[in-house]
Design a protein around this ligand. Structure first.
Ligand code: GTP
Length: 378
């Protein structure tokens, strides 16, 4: 029985979620130092350094700590389970929200306690700039991003109102909040659209990839996939010393079936034959069944020669004995098989192994067909 492989700890995360983590992480690292820098600038301009040195330094220290945490968050491998990726994203958003809350509180304190107009302007502009940057850089989660935006912005707005700032300034600030909220919503929509598009591209790519490795008529692996596997499996057999067998199979007098019963009946025979062959060699981890073209098939088996030849001969005999049931008639057909074992001294990249099996197949045909011929070792 075959099981779908799952990452330890749960379902593997989707490429979409992994992409969200990678992009959130990248932007997380980008913004952090600016909070510290602008806090130091606004603090120096407002005279907080002289008036309230320790609280000012404490807040600077919190920004340093948050920066360290931002840079310590690591990405996860592509095989990471979905739960782990979600937890990592939750942690990043917690950091972002804490960062926004600390900025909001710190700036409100500065605005309410600082008489210096220029320092208050620096602080207020910084809040608006951070909120704008946030709306454009973190559209991945709409509600959390909106909460961060409010934490960054509303305390500044509240402090301006409490300070008795001019009505026009407050009205412009409210309008700007509305604008960046709408901008956030739009960038969230665009972000999701982009991920949808990339999902679709990935799906198409996987489909093409799969189709380029499958035979269109029978659904078996095609020659391209077989050739790649032949090289890989030979290299592995050379490394681990395990036996590797190649079977080449060719339907007997197939041209006569086509000529007598038509091409569609020939196609149906090929499909029935493919299904029986796949059923006879079903272990996809240790066996690969492919259609190499026309009525020629190949089977790679990681296993001993005697046992594989015995199975191949059983398959041959069963196939010849059982008529092929087409929708409108029954046909008799047989197959000739050439078998060869991988020999590390002879077979470099698989070409020699293929040649050996092909020569054995030729002998099987010459010997009257419906038989298995085995290549001599070496
Ligand atoms: N129906 C059908 N026929 C195919 C397909 N591909 C190749 N063929 C036919 O397979 C036949 C192969 O014929 P030959 O190579 O002469 O071999 P054979 O008649 O099987 O004779 P032996 O191999 O010597 O036993 C040709 O008539 C091809 O047209 C296919 O996809 N569908």
């Amino acid at each position: 029985m075959h099981h779908v492989a799952t990452a330890p700890g749960g379902q593997p995360a989707s490429p979409r979620l992994l992409q969200e983590l990678a992009e959130t992480l990248q932007r997380l690292r980008l913004g952090g130092p600016f909070y510290l820098l602008l806090w130091l600038l606004a603090g120096a301009a407002s005279g907080l350094w002289e008036r309230a040195r320790w609280p000012f330094l404490l807040i600077a220290l919190v920004f340093v700590g948050l920066n360290v945490l931002r840079f310590r968050v690591r990405g996860l491998p592509d095989s990471a389970p979905e739960d782990a990726v979600r937890r990592r994203l939750d942690w990043i958003w917690t950091l972002l929200l804490i960062n926004s809350a600390v900025w909001g509180v710190a700036v409100a304190w500065l605005l309410l306690t600082t008489p210096s107009e220029s320092a208050r302007t620096v602080a207020a502009i910084s809040s608006y700039a951070f909120a704008t940057a946030f709306a454009h850089n973190f559209p991945m989660r709409l509600r959390a991003a909106f909460a961060a935006l409010c934490l960054l912005y509303l305390s500044t707005l509240g402090a301006l109102i409490a300070n008795g700032s001019r009505f026009e300034l407050i009205a412009v600030s409210c309008l700007y909040l509305l604008y960046i909220s709408l901008a956030l919503r739009r960038s969230h929509g665009e972000y999701r659209q982009r991920l949808d598009l990339e999902d679709e591209l990935r799906r198409q790519r996987d489909l093409f990839e799969q189709q380029s490795r499958r035979d269109g008529l029978t659904g078996l692996a095609n020659r391209r996939r077989f050739s790649a596997a032949l090289g890989d499996w030979c290299a592995r057999a050379r490394d681990d010393g395990n036996a590797l067998i190649l079977l080449l199979l060719d339907l007997d007098h197939f041209k006569a079936i086509n000529d007598r019963h038509g091409h569609a009946a020939g196609d149906a025979c090929l499909c029935i034959f493919s299904a029986s062959l796949q059923a006879a060699f079903p272990d996809t981890g240790r066996e690969l069944v492919a259609r190499l073209g026309g009525e020629e098939f190949g089977v790679l088996v990681r296993g001993g020669l005697d046992e594989t030849v015995r199975r191949a001969d059983m398959f041959r005999a069963a196939f010849a004995a059982q008529p092929l049931a087409l929708p409108d008639r029954e046909l008799h057909c047989s197959v000739s098989i050439g078998a060869a074992a991988f020999d590390p001294r002879r077979d470099g990249n698989g070409d020699a192994l293929y040649h050996a099996a092909d020569t054995a197949l030729y002998r099987a045909k010459s010997a009257g067909r419906n038989t298995v011929a085995v290549a001599a070792p070496g």
